[in-house]
Ligand binder design. Sequence first.
Ligand code: BES
Ligand code: MN
Ligand code: ZN
Length: 493
Amino acid sequence: MTEVTNFSFNDLDLDVIATAEGRVAFLVSPDAKLSRAARRINKLTKGAVQRIVESEKFENAKEAEVITISWPTGMAAEAVDLIKLEKRPSVDNARKAGAALAKLGGGASSELLLIVAGMNKHAEDVVMGVALRGYDFTDHKTLKPGSPSKNVSVMGGDVEVLEAASKSALAVAQGVFMTRDLVNEPANVLTTTEFAERIEGLQNLGVEVEILDEEQLAEIGMGALLSVGQGSVYPSKVAIMQWSGGEDGEAPLALVGKGVVFDTGGISIKPSGGMEDMTMDMGGAGVVTGVMKSLALRKAEANVVGLVGLVENMPSGDAYRPGDIVTSLKGDTIEVITTDAEGRLVLCDVMWYAQNRFNPICMIDLATLTGAVIIGLGHENAGVFSNNDELCNCFLKAAKAEGEGAWRMPLGAGYADAMKSKNADWKNAGGRAAGSCTAAEFLHQFVQEDMPWIHIDIAGVAELKTPSMLAPSGATGWGVMALDRMIRDMFEG
Ligand code: BES
Ligand code: MN
Ligand code: ZN
């Protein structure tokens, strides 16, 4: 991540408005009632604001639409942005307004004065929108494109309340950015080793980190995970992150992520067209890591462990083959039908380990697991599978509140039947029908009795080819906000 927006929070100061450079933005509700700040800008611009809110343009403006006055007389700013916001905007709506501003970019030296006075309650959401849409992944550009707003001064009523609420939102944004960076990073940069090192960086924030190497994984017995990585020159690893902000001794929530830093398909090699997108096949591990960062930054009062399996799926003389039978940590044997169904082999071992070691109150795994989920749900929704209605509804509610699409899909014994093998206990692929459900049912076999569990297939939502409301094209960071909210609801409410 190259560009990080700096936010500062200030009391409403009517004198600053006249002299601020760059952009000056303020919010107006549909009834066109102007705040003190807006009235000040109106006066400085000799009535321009009043003329706008009385115009048809304002009346017809969609909510969260920006109307710009360029190079206004009477002010030092390059532009004044008036944003029409609903009277009681949803979180999504207020973020959309912020995102619209971020897209406009900063003016002179990328300065933005964002006046939220009169809309204090929604300020953190507007700020979140500015932050999230201000992200750009420019690490590998020698010529950095024009930067979005670099310095945003947020001006409003009760500055302490404003700052506290916004800081916690921005902590989550930092987690989203970590996920996006990891997902956007190419596989020659984000090797398993590099990924583990970035995770170790979270120690500075108070996260306890352990990295298990291949020798340790073999000792533990993660035969399924190790088989996937054996064709790569980069060593397989499992990273364990613990955030213990909750009660001493209280069982944690376990988050498990698929971290395939590149998925060629292995010996069952993928077609070359589009294979470059498989740099995002560590998206599940990316989300888990981003959530851990958010929790640490906002000092969450919750116990959460994050475990990620980091491997590279490559063809080579050392690679695992179709027909191989591997032994999982659980002890179940698995026949490899295709080396391209590698994610479930990684997850089944890490999930089993997470349960044995931490005895969590519940477990959520995230993975870019199947192409089939994209056929079923497109890029609108992640596929959600669960053995527990209450837990599942808790997640779906949080996802909805954060505007992150999630749709529940079925498990069922019939899908498990498709995963039975003739010579081993299981096989790793169950044919074309219901590919996401059979994959989920495979994972279900590695969930211990009575363990509330959610599997989230994020293959369709981790990365987008087009810009979305809150992100440029590329990694979205989908799931960080929903999981952070769910953790707040479950442990901190
Ligand atoms: N990483 C892929 C799934 C994927 C596809 C993620 C497209 C993102 C975009 C996964 O490892 C895979 O190859 N799955 C196979 C499973 C099949 C061989 C049973 C698939 O979905 O085709
Ligand atoms: Mn694959
Ligand atoms: Zn994969």
